[in-house]
Ligand binder design. Structure first.
Ligand code: C2E
Ligand code: MG
Ligand code: MG
Length: 671
């Protein structure tokens, strides 16, 4: 520090004053000069000892701040500041009335000249302490008059204020907060509020208490405002909220955020909107066969396309979890406009996704609700949209608007779901059998086992109705196991009667992907004791589409056991014969849809040719007419199956059919 010229003429005058005066260097917290009364005040033995004292050691942050403030005020406005201060010479508190003014120090710096006018003797200890508290508190405390102009502010308030004498109106960022304060003061005399205030370091959040009290000087009503900074807490809260309301996989708002948004939209006075509930059919299959990493990437890609495609409608896209997404379209009130967006969404998801080299197609189903027509609260809209989504999925129509009848369907579906859980224990399942006929020899080449559910009240329920429910609820595993065991037992029983042909068993993709499937087949074969080559598993094309190493491995293991593998309903999926080479398959079953129109046989012909080239045995399903049989025989189809020969029938009937079978009786011309 530069030395203060002690011979400074300004100082010479002060030496003769009877009141303590000293020059304080705010920057290094030292007294630079003191007159004799000041020496006495500070109980200093000699000037050098006093100048050597370091006042920063006992100085609180608020005192340091206040001194800086005073220096600033004195310099900027060339004025003096008069204030009560409690000083601690010899550690004895002495409250004094001090006048502070700026004093030029060497090196272009400014210090403070402190002049003690009087010792404050009349103040009570209560007063003194409250004054101290006001000085030191980290709370911002200010007093405003009726016009909201500043009457007083404590050091903390002055530190944060963005301008000298900032009015309450200027302090509050949002004028609506002032309105709330005024209303509450009017009604209750006080107000607690969290508000954004304008400070010298930008906007900050403060928790404030405002109360009305008479000003001790003017006696007029004034507003006493105390507040403390809660910006850090608000930021942390915001961060926590952001994490809690965001889906971590896709970055979309999650269910919680959606429900909050819905609640806002459903508030009275808000306009109409549409809710689209979207679910990906067969997504579970991707997850199960290609692994969760690929499933996750697919969901991210879907979310990206969704966002992009509703962007222009300012749609709110959220993910509920799993493969379920919800889109909100604010302002949409007509079915036509909403249907258009739904179709756009379907179109945008229609083209294949390339995920780590896997080409994948997905089939979304969308359920739609309009507010308030289909529900007046978020929960109801969600429920109804879910119901509509199921209806769309079942009808394979892409999207469906909700209607009240769908609820009844859902009820019966839920009932079926419950009943299914009990069906195995109650032995309500039966196997029917449908024969397959060798096209060349005219003999029975095999039997397909088709499950039937004899429901206690509904009668016979079609597998088309309950297999999908069983797949979604996981019940398919135990049902499938029952079917497999039963069919194997039947194969052996027929074999023992001299009819040792192959029995086909339908297995669901969910079953094949389930843990321990190959082992359960191995054990079942051993337990029942039937020849593996007399068992054929029919799997669906979709299982192979996922192009997964996992599925390939399972099929190879099954094939190693000696069982036969057939692709069921071939041609309905992706008609890509090339991929068939990769799998250890024995048989292709052409879907009966290709036999409906015998004028259009190009695809049928191609499937037959390609199948032959791959060395697969070909079965035509749904054979009903002589014409079909002739055509299929001419084109070297291996096996025929359909109502022409027999419907699926119970065991006893199937056995009777086997025993009395005669190609001539079924009118089959064999070469
Ligand atoms: P699928 O395996 O393709 O079975 C053939 C279906 O076509 C059977 O329907 C059968 O009754 C019907 N069908 C056979 N010939 C003809 C015909 O000439 N004309 C017509 N119009 N239809 C014919 P079903 O028994 O209702 O079975 C439907 C589907 O349910 C089966 O299709 C199969 O995918 C599934 N399914 C049946 N049993 C089981 C099972 O035990 N497990 C699994 N996972 N699925 C099964
Ligand atoms: Mg089948
Ligand atoms: Mg089939």
């Amino acid at each position: 520090m530069d030395k203060l010229d002690r011979e400074d003429t300004r100082l010479a005058v002060l030496n003769d004053i009877q009141l303590p005066v000293w020059i304080f260097d705010v920057d290094d917290s030292r007294i630079r000069w003191a007159n004799p009364p000041a020496m006495a005040h500070w109980r200093a033995s000699d000037p050098e000892e006093l100048y050597a004292r370091d006042f920063s050691a006992d100085m609180s942050v608020s005192v340091r701040e206040r001194l800086g403030q005073i220096r600033g005020e004195c310099v900027a406005q060339s004025r003096t500041v008069s204030e009560n201060w409690t000083l601690y010479p010899d550690n004895i508190p002495r409250t004094v009335e001090a006048v502070l003014s700026a004093f030029k120090l060497p090196g272009e710096r400014t210090g403070l000249m402190v002049q003690i006018i009087d010792e404050v003797r009349h103040a009570t200890s209560e007063n003194l302490r409250s004054a101290q508290a006001l000085l030191h508190t980290s709370a911002m405390i200010s007093l405003y008059d009726e016009k909201l102009d500043l009457l007083y502010s404590n050091p903390r308030a002055r530190t944060v204020a963005c301008c000298e004498g900032q009015s309450l109106r200027d302090l509050l960022v949002d004028s609506a907060d002032l309105h709330v304060i005024e209303q509450q003061i009017e009604r209750y005399g006080s107000c607690d509020i969290e508000a954004q205030v304008c400070t010298n370091s930008g906007n900050a959040w403060y928790s404030m208490n405002v109360r009305s009290s008479p000003d001790s000087i003017t006696g007029k009503q004034s507003l006493l405002v105390s507040g403390y900074d809660i910006t850090a807490r608000r930021n942390a809260q915001r961060e926590v909220y952001k994490i809690a309301s965001t889906d971590s996989l896709t970055g979309l708002p999650n269910r919680m955020a959606l429900m909050e948004h819905l609640q806002q939209l459903c508030e009275p006075g808000n306009g109409r909107f549409a809710l689209l509930f979207l679910d990906l059919d067969r997504f579970k299959l991707v997850n199960d066969s290609l692994g969760h990493a690929v499933g996750d990437r697919l969901l991210q890609a879907v979310s990206d396309r969704l966002k992009l495609c509703v962007e222009e409608y300012r749609g709110f896209v959220s993910r509920l979890g799993g493969d379920e997404f919800v889109v909100l379209l604010d302002g949409f009130e007509s079915r036509a406009a909403t249907a258009l967006v739904a179709q756009t969404v379907l179109d945008s998801l229609d083209s294949n996704f390339d995920i780590e080299g896997h080409q994948m197609g997905i089939q979304p189903s969308i359920g739609i609700c309009l507010y308030p027509t289909h529900g007046d609260c978020g929960a109801m809209l969600m429920q109804h949209a879910d119901v509509a989504m199921y209806a769309a999925k079942q009808a394979r129509t892409g999207y469906r608007f909700f209607n009240a009848r769908m609820n009844d369907n859902l009820q019966s579906r839920l009932q079926l779901e419950n009943d299914l859980a009990e069906a195995i224990r109650r032995q309500e399942f039966e196997l029917y059998y449908q024969p397959k006929i060798c096209a060349r020899e005219g003999s029975i080449s095999g039997m397909e086992a088709l499950v039937r559910w004899r429901h206690p009240t509904k009668g016979l329920v079609s597998p088309l109705e309950f297999i999908s429910i069983a797949e979604e609820t996981g019940k398919i595993i135990s049902i499938g196991h029952w079917v497999m065991r039963e069919a194997m037992l039947q194969q052996r029983a027929w074999a023992q009667q001299g009819h040792d042909f192959c029995v086909s068993i339908n297995v669901s993709a969910v079953q094949i992907n389930s843990h321990g499937f190959v082992q359960s087949v191995t054990e079942c074969l051993r337990e029942v004791g039937c020849a593996p080559e007399k068992i054929e598993f029919e799997i669906t094309e979709s299982l192979l589409l996922a192009d997964s190493g996992y599925v390939l491995n399972i099929l190879q293991n099954l094939s190693a056991l000696g069982v036969r593998l057939a692709i069921d309903d071939f041609g309905t999926g992706y008609s890509n014969l090339a991929y068939l080479q990769k799998y250890p398959l024995h048989c292709l079953k052409i879907d009966r849809a290709f036999l409906v129109d015998m004028e259009q046989t190009a695809i049928l012909e191609m499937i037959l040719k390609m199948g032959k080239m791959l060395g697969l045995s070909i079965v035509a399903e749904g054979v009903e007419t002589d014409r079909q049989i002739r055509w299929l025989q001419n084109h070297h189809c291996d096996e025929l199956q359909g109502f022409y020969f027999s419907k699926p029938v119970p065991v006893a009937e199937a056995t009777g059919y086997i025993e009395t079978f005669n190609p001539v009786r079924v009118n089959l011309q064999v070469a």
